[in-house]
Design a protein around this ligand. Structure first.
Ligand code: NIG
Ligand code: FE
Length: 400
């Protein structure tokens, strides 16, 4: 048994923050046993390990529920092109964008990919992130998609972080490589997905539904294949235009629909009815210099849970700081501090289908971040480095 004492514990419920002062947290193996005041703590086991929290603020370890953090190369040249007026869609239509990263990712060895993602993941971990979702989607062939998902799996062992792997089967269509779009769909749905699933590499699937990517019929076909294998689905929806992606995702009981700048009222209603989480990605909004805001007030009014993630990727969000994404969600999208904190803990867990992480309560996983701050708002407020003092994932201490 482990006993973290001399801490203040942050609890987030019903949109309110609550701090327990002079608190203690105990856990056995991976599971939290007690979270409350030190005074009320049940008598500990003899031989329990005591850990001094130095009066830090304990929060659930943060959860980054949407990333593309495994990739080869980078896209700084396209960033420069965008600054001189080219749009993200123009670059994609000219064969760049996602396809640039596909070329680099195919060329990289598994060891090279692991080495580059380790650096980004270490920055995330230092920022208090204990759980990380990682999408494939820069392979677009079976060998490279497999390589990416294997690297994501290895990353967990190397860093101690919990990693959820998402097969992003429909990210871009490379016309030169296929006789038709139907042929690609056939391979992805009936061959690659079952093979990746059989190797235990897939926790969820995702697709990019957009005018420059895949249409609703194609996404429906892919989701039907995933559902037949009982794999949960997620969707990049209404990022650059409205293609009714959120409603389609909701119809498949999606864990989340992500981006959502162009989400309309019917999409909100569908997500609400299905319990689909809205994952907000303000770093992509910021980098693309978007002006269309996701309908935050309407999502809030409808009671659709809102998560926040970095979307860390080389094209639209070269960002490893989940705290920066939280700050952007507040300043650019108008979220409150409690909404931002819930959006990277409890609600982010829901967006990944994790039922026992993201809260500091008995019975949940012992995933804890300690912060040297006076008030929880500082976690969102400070720009730049604010390293977590200590980080525990599934009861085990991680380096920060
Ligand atoms: O979430 N929208 C599609 N996928 C990523 C960007 C991928 C890329 O440009 O490399 C996103 O923004
Ligand atoms: Fe994304």
């Amino acid at each position: 048994m482990k006993i973290l004492h001399n801490v203040r514990v942050l609890q987030i419920s019903a949109g309110q923050l609550h701090t327990i002062d002079k608190a203690a947290i105990t856990w056995q193996g991976q599971q939290l046993m007690y979270v409350g005041t030190r005074a009320d703590m049940p008598r500990p086991d003899v031989g329990a390990e005591w850990i001094d929290g130095c009066n830090a603020l304990a929060t659930p370890a943060l959860i980054d529920c949407h990333t593309h953090v495994v990739f080869g190369g980078n896209r700084s040249e396209e960033f420069a092109a965008r600054l001189s007026g080219m749009s993200y869609s123009d670059i994609a239509k000219a064969g760049g964008g996602i396809r640039t990263t596909v070329r680099h990712t195919r060329a990289a060895t598994e060891a090279q990919l692991l080495q580059s993602v380790m650096q980004r993941a270490q920055a995330m971990r230092r920022g208090g992130v204990g759980t990380l979702e990682i999408k494939s989607g820069y392979g677009l062939d079976l060998a490279t998609e497999t390589k990416m998902l294997r690297v994501a799996t290895q990353l967990s062992a190397q860093t101690g972080m919990r990693v959820r792997r998402t097969y992003l089967g429909l990210h871009a269509f490379v016309a030169e490589e296929w006789p038709s779009r139907t042929a690609m769909l056939e391979a992805v749905c009936n061959s690659w997905l079952p093979q990746l699933h059989a190797q235990g590499l897939v926790d969820a699937v995702d697709a990019f539904q957009e005018n420059i990517a895949f249409n609703a019929d194609e996404v429906r076909q892919f989701f039907a294949a995933a559902k037949a294998l009982r794999i949960p689905v997620k969707l990049h929806a209404e990022q650059l235009s409205n293609t009714q992606g959120a409603a389609l995702a909701a119809a498949f009981g999606a864990l989340s629909a992500d981006h959502l700048e162009y989400l309309d009222d019917s999409g909100i209603a569908a997500m609400q009815a299905a319990g689909t989480v809205a994952v907000l990605l303000p770093s992509a909004f910021y980098c693309l210099r978007e002006s269309q805001l996701p309908p935050i007030a309407k999502l809030r009014a409808a009671g659709v849970p809102m998560a926040i993630a970095t979307d860390c990727n080389p094209g639209t969000a070269p960002n490893t700081s989940l705290r920066l994404a939280m700050h952007q969600a507040c300043t650019l999208f108008g979220l409150s501090i409690p909404e931002a904190l819930a959006g990277v803990t409890d609600i982010a867990a829901r967006a990944l289908g994790l039922v026992d992480t993201g809260q500091l309560r008995a019975g949940f996983c012992a995933d804890i971040a300690l912060w040297q701050v006076d008030h929880a708002a500082e976690i969102v407020y400070w720009l730049g480095d604010l390293p977590a003092q200590q980080l525990y994932v599934a009861g085990r201490k991680c380096e920060v």
